[in-house]
Ligand binder design. Sequence first.
Ligand code: DON
Length: 312
Amino acid sequence: MTISHVDGYLRKIMSDCADDRAGEVADYIPELAAVDPDGYGLSVAMHDGYLYSLGDSGTAFTIQSVSKPLTYAMALSRLGPTEVDAKIGVEPSGEAFNQISVDSRRRPKNAMINAGAIVASSLLLPPVREVDPEVVEKTFEEILAFYSACAGRQLTLNHDVFESEAATGSRNRAIAYMLDSFGGLDTHPDAAIALYFRQCAIEVTTDDLAVMGTTIACGGANPRTGRRVFSQEVAQRLLSVMTTCGMYDAAGDWVTAVGMPAKSGVGGGILAVLPGQLGIGVYSPRLDEHGNSVRGIQTCEQLSSNLGLHMF
Ligand code: DON
């Protein structure tokens, strides 16, 4: 298939999905409700680095939970699987992203739900109980550098969205304090939360998500920059956990219909990966009851069936 063939297919899929206005923009983080609900972007990054960009592919939105596999990759890279597995499981929770969902060892069931992501963020901080804003800031800069290497460009923080979540995030604070009471955090819960809220407010476009996706597809090496960001082993772990847990309590429906490891965010983004082949970034901020983009899912379903991308 030539580049213009693929481009034509992608345009057709977008026009077929364009009229779907179902779902609601997230408003439990007040600043997220300020976006254009009809924004719609699609990018596909190939394993050779070629990037297809359509619609609102240049619109910036916050990464939200699409950050979770990346921070998990950082924790795995730094600490190794044994140390990370001691703190975070790899089982699907079958529950909503903001449930506490711990296993019999009181570990969060996986790193794709909020509880597991808060522990993963905490693992990147020095294991001390004091909250030092400078240490949080320095660790956030490391996260930003890692995500930027995956995207192949320098990313930045959306301060308004960060402040908005920090001002209203009682539920995540409650989760962090509960995990701390279980002995799940080596840092102060406030330090873990400060870092987690920052990582969620990093701004991306669908181009960024697609390039991050192809970096995972290519075993941790970004094909556009040639730079290795994480190992093949870490990429294999990410793809496994994204397949079983990335779409929360809709993971089974997703993998049946689309057949690709993926991660969604309440900012409206979805990142999907076809291992060895490509990364997909979709943006459409109206969400379903699971917190997943309605039109993003529809777009990925069509991509999968029209282009034969289902893995199984
Ligand atoms: O922690 C939260 O609630 C948000 N910062 C992220 C949640 C999220 O994106 C869930 N995904 N679909």
